[in-house]
Ligand binder design. Sequence first.
Ligand code: ASP
Ligand code: MG
Length: 418
Amino acid sequence: MAIIVQKFGGTSVASVQHIQNVARKILATRAAGYEVVVVVSAMGHETDRLVNLANEVDFQESSARRELDVLLSTGEQVTVALLAMMLMKLGCPARSFTGPQAGFVTDSSYTRARILNIETSGLASALSAGEVPVVTGFQGADEAGNITTFGRGGSDTTAVALAAVLKAKECQIFTDVKGVYTTDPRVVDSARCLARVTFEEMLELASQGSKVLHSRAVEFAGKYQVPLRVLSTFDDLDFDNLPGTLITNEEESDMEQPIISGIAFTSDEAKLTVLGVKDIPGIAWRILGPISEANIEVDMIVQNVAADNTTDFTFTVARNDYDEARGLLEKVARDIDAREVTGDNKIAKLSMVGVGMRSHAGVASRMFEVLANKSINIQMISTSEIKISVVIAEEYIELAARALHAAFELDLESNPKK
Ligand code: ASP
Ligand code: MG
């Protein structure tokens, strides 16, 4: 029998009543002839509550990270037990599994552990006994048995990893929206739910601000070729015509691929510039070395041509890393004899993504024209084969998203194709 892995996020299991709704979805999937393996998140905002409790204790030593994982893993344990009980009450054999019980072996990087191996014999025996295994999201144990978690939002990764090792037909991520949208529907009314998007596009969208899927999960799904579907817990599940967005491979023959599939944006950005740095080998390393040593992730990087043997060096970081990065940079600037450090933490980044861009010129200039017509100043630009990103002032981000969404006709099913 084909296996479907179904993952239900926090809003889908927010109360016992919600859990009953989830159980009914699982029953419907079994009735349609599939074996089901379930992954659940903690109820509602439970993980936030646990994080806040730890913040109240306010012990920041690295040894506390092990304890943080012990704490955070409890949220999901509540949900697996309740869902397994609910399934049994409705007459469906079920068994809960913690991450380690489900066989998730990880490295020892607490709060951002990586999966090393999944030992599936426990799950397999539950399946062969006709039970529904209900697995805690985002956790496992290292080789010494210490509990680890995969980072916030990591339950998607649990589900995809299980779908990969169990060779599931599909991994379904149930959430509180209908699927993956052309852009954030809270900002752009005419945003449309996409029927299909490629792994590559989804990875860009997820890493550029779309919150619907964890980017590590998308990466995993692409690597192991797991068809991934995002769909709403609150819609009916019709197996002849599955709703939501399917994330899958780009088909060579697919002429109907749109040029732009989606627009992602985030205001969670800040930029830093070192002015008047010498144009000599090793400077980029001396500037960014201390930033990366502090585990601060750098996104866009721009360095100008040097007119008078000095140049300006600009890069972006997440907004909550801004103060720390700026402090480090002030010191670097003195060491390398740069003129000055400036910064702006009121910026936003917008990215247009589409595999159709590969074979279609002129997307960037059209994008810049649309922004120019709205008098929006572009501060930084970066491109990849299937993405163009711009940094603009935060106050214009919603205006920019609406204007571009309309100009590229993303609201229309028949939007321009490659
Ligand atoms: N409960 C965890 C979180 O809120 C993991 C997840 O739901 O994906 O981040
Ligand atoms: Mg999530």
